[in-house]
Ligand binder design. Structure first.
Ligand code: NAP
Length: 301
């Protein structure tokens, strides 16, 4: 029988990252201006407001200046491009995030590819994604870093182990799969990638010791598909109806915690698992980018 399923809280992992972020800021000092993260999003009430509040709170708690750049309703691709060019050229801004998905006709990929790789702090531009496949990644998507940080903090079986990633988006599933398969200092895992065209998810997951689910489909992972004793890192984040909550919804991951209880070896909760670590990774990457841009400027590059 599998012992009780361990609940893998993101809090301790986020706290360790935040400590390092604070130390780095303290070591450099405030002369020359604070690290600054700009978050570009569509204005008005949107689901992004929740992420923005969370990012602002995290940034300000660490001593990072957080600049919200709201595009007007009806913004065009030209508006988005000129906003990104301005932020890219502004030496007081060290990282730029583009909240996505963006509604058509706004082109997320065309927009992030305008940023120089140093400023593409979430590592979703084509140059950073390409560098992730080689020996010298620059900026790596925060959600991929967070998922691996949780796995390492809790010593989940990933190092040289069979693992599975469910989801193959270019900003979440694929970067995570690349990070997991990477040579040292990566974990050299043997990675199976599953997606919506995978004919038999249970078969695809068989043999995986750790499963990273990046789908956005509540209830996808039950004991019917997860091998007994596997660890599950639940990256998925959706809203499900819940009349007992203010707003009538609550967040949910891809895993069905009741079904996996006593079956999976370990499971990250939603909320409180990957989410807070992703925010901390983003802040950490912003400060690394700040350090690098200061060094380069000092060296006259
Ligand atoms: P996405 O672009 O919609 O990609 C979803 C992926 O899931 C696609 O590759 C899709 O396959 C696959 N998929 C859909 N239904 C499936 C099924 N029944 N079985 C297996 N695979 C299936 O979403 P995303 O941007 O990658 O984000 C994925 C999830 O992560 C979302 O819930 C998002 O909210 C969450 N997220 C969380 C954090 C965090 O910090 N916790 C950060 C970022 C994203 P196809 O490619 O075949 O369509």
């Amino acid at each position: 029988m599998t012992p009780a399923t361990l609940r893998l809280e993101g809090g301790p992992v986020a706290a360790a990252l935040d400590t390092d972020t604070r130390q780095r800021i303290h070591a450099v000092g405030s002369s020359g201006g604070p690290p600054t993260l700009a978050s570009v999003h569509l204005g008005g009430e949107s689901p992004f407001q929740f992420y923005l509040r969370r990012q602002r709170r995290a940034a300000e708690g660490l001593g990072i200046r957080f600049e919200e750049v709201a595009l007007p309703d009806g913004a065009t691709s030209a508006d988005l491009r000129s906003t990104l060019r301005r932020l890219d050229e502004d030496p007081s801004v060290h990282g730029v995030l583009v909240e996505h998905p963006l509604p058509a006709p706004l082109d997320f990929r065309g927009a992030v590819d305008l940023l120089r790789p140093e400023k593409d702090v979430d590592g979703v531009g084509s140059t950073n994604l390409g560098r992730l496949l080689g020996p010298h990644p620059l900026q790596v998507p925060a959600v991929a870093l967070a998922s691996l940080a949780i796995a390492r903090h809790y010593r989940l079986p990933v190092e040289e182990q069979p693992v599975a990633v469910i989801g193959r988006s270019e900003t979440v599933g694929m970067p995570l799969a690349a990070l997991l398969a990477g040579r040292s200092p990566g974990p050299s895992a043997t990675v199976t990638i599953a997606h919506s065209r995978t004919p038999n998810l249970k078969l695809a997951l068989a043999g995986a010791r750790t499963i990273f689910s990046c789908v956005g489909r509540p209830g996808l992972l039950t004991r019917d598909v997860v091998p007994e004793g596997a660890a599950v890192v639940d990256v998925g984040l959706s809203s499900v109806p819940d009349a007992s909550r203010p707003g009538g919804v609550r967040p949910a991951g891809d895993a069905d915690p009741a079904s996996l209880d006593g079956w999976a070896a370990a499971l990250t909760p939603v909320p409180g698992g990957v989410g807070p670590v992703t925010v901390s990774e983003l802040m950490h990457s912003t400060v690394e980018s700040w350090e690098r841009q200061r060094r380069d400027r000092g060296a006259g590059r």
